[in-house]
Design a protein around this ligand. Sequence first.
Ligand code: HEC
Ligand code: HEC
Length: 325
Amino acid sequence: MRSRALSSVMILGGALIALLACQQQPKASPGAQLAWAYPKGPKEDLPPYPAGELHVPGSTVTYTGEALNKGGGPPDWFPQNHPPAPQIVAKGRDGVTACAECHRIGGDGYNGTTDLAGLKAEYIVQQIQEFRSGRRHSWEAGRPAVEEMIGIARKVSDADAQAAAAYFSALPRIPHTRVVEGDTAPAARGSYYGWMQPVPGQPARPLNGQVVELDADWNRALLADPNSPLVIYAPVGSTAAGEALVRSGGPNGQACSACHGPSLKGSAIAPPLAGRSAAYLARQLLDIKTGARSGPAVAQMQGPAQGLDDTQIRDIAVYAASLTP
Ligand code: HEC
Ligand code: HEC
């Protein structure tokens, strides 16, 4: 009896393995080739600001690391470039983290989040509602940075969301991305904060079809210097392939610019795509395609995202990131 039971378990087990193997064979699941857009690492603390006086190129402002480490919002190196920021953006309120901590005071965004400068105010408010309602989450369940954004959307008051939206929408969209095509990227590792960070002293690594998005100057990025761009290391040919897909609309056949405006700079009905983080754009295309971002607001975008495979998503994201915002 015992041995019969055991052998039928083994037969069942074998059948299950065979079934799994043949399910995996024909087609990779959506997102399998997009690991590059989802950097991750163990939970760790952000490094403190370095002690002493701090400066960034082109700014006359001085902070001390000691003062910044006490909290109270991120540094504002170019206050002349934007109107005074509302409290929710610069300092936060009632346990809601300041928007600038993750999207920067100039709205250009950190590696791992996204830029908000120049997005329509109604769109920003709407997206807060989408995060709040559960209609917008990440394809990668529990992705820490997105969970944080969802938590903020649930806690922020409507008045503060409106104030933040009015502020960010009035800011100019400034170029902060640069695409470099090649076969390798500097050695880097994923971080808990959803970005890639450099691993100094290691040789460059082959891209193998992936993209690596790295701050041009890691120390300046940690100081929230808006003039240190995101460098997007991408496989040779990806920008041109992305351009062709954007023009034709890919499998859906509707040119992206029909809604996202000429040169993908945005329109009355759809947000800009030009000059944004490639990893962010790729995550959104996968979120929309898989329904992790769903509901009436994004209904028009479901068709265009539907037929795109991982390589097409990569190429479109790289091309859009290469454009002037
Ligand atoms: C702890 C970090 C963090 C803070 C603080 C934060 N956000 Fe975000 N936010 C994110 C991340 C990460 C995303 C990108 C989510 C993704 O990849 O899907 C995001 C995305 C967004 C988007 C979507 C943009 C788009 O193009 O669709 C909006 C709008 C937004 N945030 C507004 C705000 C506002 C307003 C505040 C302040 C009240 C704020 N965020 C505070 C991390 C943060
Ligand atoms: C029929 C109009 C339409 C077409 C065509 C279209 N889009 Fe969109 N797209 C939208 C709308 C509307 C949104 C905003 C959805 C929302 O409010 O949640 C959007 C959102 C997006 C986003 C998320 C942006 C963000 O800020 O999070 C990406 C990425 C995107 N589209 C890429 C594309 C690409 C690539 C193509 C071409 C293959 C394309 N779209 C074609 C209407 C369109």
